[in-house]
Design a protein around this ligand. Structure first.
Ligand SMILES: Cc1cc2nc3c(=O)[nH]c(=O)nc-3n(C[C@H](O)[C@H](O)[C@H](O)COP(=O)(O)OP(=O)(O)OC[C@H]3O[C@@H](n4cnc5c(N)ncnc54)[C@H](O)[C@@H]3O)c2cc1C
Length: 314
C-alpha cells in the first residue's frame, strides 16, 4: 500500500515541489544475497506489479562479489526539507494572515461555544479549528484532550550525513530487505545520508507517549509529556557511525568512499500495526466538529495530499 500510494503521489509531488527535489543522481536498489526478506526476482515482480520503473544492472558495478543477488536502477528522487520549509515560511509571510509561534508549551485546550480556547506558554488563544499535527508529540495532545491515543511506538533515530568521493557523488545505494543500509544524496545539501535498519533506531519506547531513560538527563527539557529536540540534548546518544559505516563498507566496493560529517537525531513514531511490514500509513481522525478538532498522524511527507479530503470539506 505504501509503495502504491507513494507511486501515486510521486508525480504530483514532483510537479508541486520540483524546486526542492534533487533528481540528477542514479538510485540503485540491491537485494542482499543473505538474510534478505526478498530476492532479485521478487523485487522485480513487485516493481512491475506496482508500475515502478526498475532496470536490472550488474551488481558488481557497486557491490563486492557475492554480497548481493541483484541490483536495479530505479527512479527515486530526494527532497530537501529545509528548502521546503523556507518556501512555506515565505508563502505564509506573503499571505499576511498567519503568525507562527515557536517553542510553545500547550498547557490546556478547552471548548467554549463554537471555539477552542488554547492556553499555551501562558497566553490564551481562541480558534474554531484545531489541527493536531504534532507527529511524535501527537499522543501528548490526544491525552490532554481525553481522545483515544494513536497506537504507536517511538524510535529515537540517527541519520548520519557524509561527504562522499566523486565516484559516489551522483549515486544512491540501498540494500534490501532486512538489516541493511542506505547511502544516498540528502536533498540538495551536497551531503549523503547514511542510515541502517539496525543502527538508525537507537532506542525504542512502546509507551503511549514517548518515554525514555535519557529524559532524566535532559536538564528538565524533555519528558513523556513534552518531547524536546534530541539534537540540542546533552543526553543524546553517541553516534552509531562505527557500526553503520562498517556495514556499508562490507557491501560496497572499496573505491566508493565516504566519511562522517555530522548526525541528525529525531524521534520517529511508527504505528504498531505497521511495524511488521514497514508500511507508513497516514491516519487522519476528525475528533469533533464545531468547534473542529482534526488529528493527523503523518506516515510520510505525502500526508499533505491525504489531508485534502478532510480540510477541503471543512
Ligand atoms: C528519521 C526520519 C526519517 C524520515 N524519512 C522520511 C522520508 O524519507 N520520506 C518521507 O516521506 N517521510 C519521512 N519521514 C517522515 C516525515 O518526516 C513525517 O511524516 C513528516 O515530517 C510529518 O510531518 P508533520 O507536519 O505531521 O510533523 P513534523 O514535521 O514532525 O512537525 C510536528 C511539529 O509539532 C511540534 N510538536 C510536537 N509535540 C508538540 C506539542 N506537544 N506541542 C506543540 N508542538 C508540538 C514539533 O516540535 C514539530 O515542530 C521521516 C521521519 C523521520 C523521523
Amino acid at each position: 500500500m505504501t509503495a502504491l500510494k507513494s507511486a501515486h503521489y510521486f508525480q504530483r509531488f514532483c510537479e508541486d515541489y520540483g524546486f526542492c527535489i534533487k533528481r540528477d543522481f542514479k538510485q540503485i536498489y540491491a537485494t542482499s544475497a543473505a538474510l534478505s526478506w526478498t530476492n532479485a526476482t521478487a523485487f522485480q515482480k513487485f516493481c512491475d506489479d506496482s508500475n515502478i520503473p526498475c532496470e536490472r544492472i550488474n551488481e558488481k558495478e557497486f557491490f563486492r562479489t557475492g554480497l548481493c543477488d541483484g541490483a536495479f536502477l530505479t527512479e527515486e528522487f530526494t527532497y530537501d526539507a529545509m528548502i521546503l520549509r523556507d518556501y512555506y515560511l515565505e508563502e505564509l509571510k506573503k499571505s499576511g494572515c498567519v503568525d507562527i509561534l515557536y517553542n510553545q508549551k500547550i498547557e490546556k485546550i478547552e471548548e467554549a461555544d463554537q471555539d477552542w480556547i488554547v492556553i499555551s506558554s501562558g497566553t490564551m488563544y481562541s480558534a474554531p479549528f484545531i489541527l493536531n499535527a504534532t507527529y511524535a508529540g501527537i499522543n501528548e495532545i490526544q491525552k490532554m484532550m481525553g481522545y483515544e491515543t494513536f497506537n504507536i511506538k517511538y524510535e529515537l533515530c540517527e541519520i548520519i550525513l557524509c561527504e562522499v568521493d566523486e565516484k559516489l557523488k551522483d549515486i544512491g545505494l540501498t540494500v534490501m530487505d532486512g538489516p541493511f543500509f542506505s547511502i544516498m544524496p540528502f536533498g540538495k545539501t551536497g551531503y549523503h545520508s547514511l542510515t541502517s535498519v539496525t543502527f538508525t533506531p537507537h532506542i525504542t519506547s512502546y509507551d503511549e507517549t514517548a518515554t525514555f531513560e535519557c529524559q532524566s538527563r535532559s536538564n528538565g527539557a524533555c519528558s513523556p509529556k513534552h518531547l524536546a529536540n534530541c539534537n540540542d540534548c546533552p543526553a543524546k546518544p553517541e553516534s552509531a557511525w562505527p557500526y553503520m559505516s562498517q556495514l556499508a563498507r562490507k557491501y560496497m566496493l572499496p573505491e566508493l568512499k565516504f566519511s562522517y560529517v555530522k548526525s541528525l537525531f529525531s524521534m520517529k513514531p511508527i504505528l504498531k500495526v505497521a511495524e511488521i511490514d514497514d508500511s507508513r500509513p497516514t491516519m487522519i481522525k476528525v475528533e469533533k466538529q464545531n468547534p473542529t478538532f482534526v488529528s493527523a498522524f503523518s506516515g510520510k511527507i505525502n500526508t499533505i495530499y491525504d489531508l485534502d479530503e478532510v480540510l477541503l470539506n471543512e
